[in-house]
Design a protein around this ligand. Sequence first.
Ligand code: SOE
Length: 381
Amino acid sequence: MAATPLRIGMIGYGFMGRAHSNAYRKVGNFFQLDRTPVLQAACARDAAKIKSFADQWGYASIETDWRKLVERKDIDAIDICTPNNTHKEIALAAAANGKMILCEKPLSMDGPEGRVMVEAIEKAKVPNMVWYNYRRVPAVTLAKNLIDEGKLGRIFHYRAKFLQDWTISPDLPQGGNGLWRLDVGAAGSGVTGDLLAHCIDTAIWLNGDIDSVCAMTETFVKERQHNLTGKKEKVGIDDACAFLCRFANGSLATFESTRYARGHKAQYVFEINGENASIAWDLHDLHRLQYFDYKDESKIRGWHNVHVSDGDHPYIGNWWVPGLQIGYEHSFVHQVADFIEGVSKGKPAQPDFRDALRTQFVCDAVLKSAREGTWEKVERV
Ligand code: SOE
């Protein structure tokens, strides 16, 4: 039987607009689902740019006003790929129009704003999801499965880093396309909301709630030319952030992120040390999971380097033949597949808005701690 269309209205055309569009196009070829994404309309203020994006990715129509898009009767789901300061308004309007919502991370500018969004979409009862895509890298999902099976036993330590180096030059402007991430008015924060949010989302998923944090942040370049005003303006984001934390399960953790780690483009790594076993993962080698099991015979005990590409590894059976690895873009395909399956089965895929709000409150506590030099309790959702 032919799958029912799931008509997508995409808002935004940047890096994430492309990553999500690619996922919508591919998912039906590799996953047996009862809804097929249809690229119904793409929306942005610049008509020429959105037309060129729509033509390239195969969207059937364009809009230049997102308010019109969310009201269209021929759209089932709105995908929000716009800067963080626009998420709330769009999500609330989409929910009021009964649309499903897939929102780029982070959910919101801060926790209180995120809470308003959660209340609105839960009241509207619309399926919703936030694009923390790294959960769906097969090696990361395998880590989750091993932890849930109890293979690690009691967890003592969680360590995560997300390092980049693309903002070192003081000549790099802030604001506008791509560079809105450097503009606090559009992004809400710097590496905390952009990069550590990924680390925090994965960490909560793998190791449970974070109880308290103690952080430091730094803004290395204090002023940058602003693309929208044409003036040199104060930089309000955190360029780097490191924090200590305690999880509710008693484990201790360190997190670090920066855009000033010369030589690192997107080094997201985490390591978890449990009573019986340890796990480590590196985005630069994303199809591998490092695994150490103390139960191994001592003669051969050591770190296993698991190539997560076999038919019984998460998601892999849907792709090629065993041993052939997949990459970054597939994490988005998996997320769409899980979202559609969740909608069909009435069992929402995670992280939904409520789940993503937990990350938002950790980010708030991290930024407050850095400002005030204190340990901060994390508000629970
Ligand atoms: C920033 O450079 C960025 O593109 C983030 O916005 C993404 O969320 C991250 O996955 C990669 O880095």
